[in-house]
Design a protein. Structure first.
Length: 80
């Protein structure tokens, strides 16, 4: 499941809780909608946390001395 799945489950829960005016004897659609909204929010937050955690991080630092001028040269590349 991913971020899109969490959003989809949340939207289905919204529709069940607020948009439908149907009475079904064997299930309460409002309660089911609230449960799906909660589940969709949990899936969304967990997927977002995993997506932000998987970002590749690369740090490259090179130090050296320029042979012509004798100056210290530092090259730094940060990819976050």
């Amino acid at each position: 499941m991913g971020i899109g799945s969490g959003i989809f489950i949340f939207v289905v829960g919204l529709i069940l809780a607020f948009a439908l005016q149907v009475q079904v004897s064997w299930i309460d659609l409002k309660t089911t909608g609230y449960i799906l909204m909660g589940a969709g929010l949990v899936v969304f937050v967990i997927s977002l946390a995993f997506a932000l955690r998987r970002r590749p991080r690369t740090v490259v630092r090179q130090n050296g001395v320029d042979p012509v001028t004798g100056e210290r040269v530092e090259r730094r590349t940060d990819d976050y």
